[in-house]
Design a protein. Structure first.
Length: 112
């Protein structure tokens, strides 16, 4: 049995939206604003590691009510000042926090 490759692009945005209980249009909006990992292929599939980054973006937009420019700034700080292990640990911690929130705490960003 092969081990799961967290870098392999296998998930479309619609599946990620279902995982996050968000609207696919919301994630598409994040993509249009340049908040999601850059995908140059035409299929626009995302990896498990990308899901963690998308979860963080969704958390900032929906739970913390941070606008696109603020999210871009935060992502830039993380990218320029954290090594991969620290960034992955941080995103895992955010993912754990998201799991604790109720559906009321995280509104779909389109509803804001």
């Amino acid at each position: 049995m092969a081990l799961l490759n967290n870098e392999k692009n296998v998930l479309p945005l619609s599946s990620i939206a279902e995982i996050l209980t968000a609207k696919p249009r919301t994630l598409k909006m994040y993509e249009e604003k340049g908040l999601l990992p850059n995908k140059e292929d035409t299929k626009k599939l995302y990896s498990i590691n990308d899901v963690k980054a998308i979860t963080f973006v969704h958390y900032l937009a929906s739970a913390k009510k941070i606008n696109a420019n603020g999210i871009k700034y935060i992502l830039e700080i993380l990218e320029n000042n954290m090594d991969e292990k620290s960034k992955n640990d941080f995103l895992h911690a955010v993912e754990s926090e998201m799991e604790k929130l109720s559906g009321k705490d995280v509104l779909d960003a389109e509803e804001i």
